[in-house]
Design a protein around this ligand. Structure first.
Ligand code: B16
Ligand code: MG
Length: 217
């Protein structure tokens, strides 16, 4: 195994749990369109871009809409999402993640964000974590959604590191697939039975040290 010199964190489900806000906002939109939207549907949209998420819902309802209407629907969903996620505070950082990031900085390991969300900067600012990141790549920079590796490849380039020197933390299957496709090491965050293809799956960072994480690789 090559030495890990940077960690690339996904945002939603790894640093903070905003999935519940995405769920509420997408379900409200789906209700308005008369399309059923379940928790399983929301699970399938983890790590998936805003536009691809809308396409998933429209496809489920068999709705074909013009481009302008789709933009309006995405704006409506995002406005509702921002009403919910805009209340994020530093206390919403998931257990152990800030401690781990601080330890990484002390060890000289670079810290980057690799998120599909166009709201990532706002959320990291609300968490008071933005200054701890050496590199930010989010939904505003990429053209291809996970499972395409673009978000992580851009992160590695900005870090000036080869993918094999970067470790990705991901809670979504699409993100784990993206990391693997780009040649990154990846650790899954969540349930081992739900995530496939990572070096290891951990429930979260609570109680985890950098030494403990490296031992999983
Ligand atoms: P936005 P991540 C992803 O964030 C979410 O998991 C996904 O549910 C969401 O649709 C996507 O961001 C786009 O978010 O509408 O805020 O641009 O997990 O890649 O950090
Ligand atoms: Mg995620």
């Amino acid at each position: 195994m090559k030495a890990i010199r940077a960690c690339i964190f996904d945002l939603d489900g790894v640093i903070v749990d905003t999935a519940s806000h995405h769920f509420v906002a997408w379900r409200r939109l789906a209700d308005e369109l008369g399309i059923p939207f379940s928790a399983e549907d929301n699970e399938a949209l983890k790590g998936v871009s805003r536009v691809d998420s809308l396409e998933y819902i429209l496809n489920k309802g068999g709705l074909i809409l013009d481009a302008g209407t789709k933009v309006r629907l995405m704006d409506r969903k995002n406005t509702h999402y921002l009403e919910l996620a805009g209340a994020t505070t530093p206390a919403d950082a998931l257990p152990g993640v800030v401690k781990l990031i601080d330890e990484l900085k002390e060890e000289g390991i670079k810290v980057a964000l690799g998120s599909s969300s166009k709201n990532a900067e706002m959320i990291l600012t609300r968490l008071s974590l933005i200054d701890r990141f050496d590199v930010l790549v989010d939904g505003n920079h990429i053209t291809l959604s996970k499972p395409d590796p673009e978000v992580f490849v851009m992160g590695a380039k900005a870090l000036e590191l080869a993918p094999e020197h970067c470790l990705v933390f991901e809670d979504a299957q699409s993100g784990i697939d993206a990391a693997n496709a780009g040649g990154f090491s990846v650790i899954g965050i969540g349930r081992a039975d739900a995530l496939k293809g990572s070096a290891a799956v951990i429930p979260g960072f609570d109680g985890m040290t950098w030494e403990g994480i490296k031992a999983l690789l």
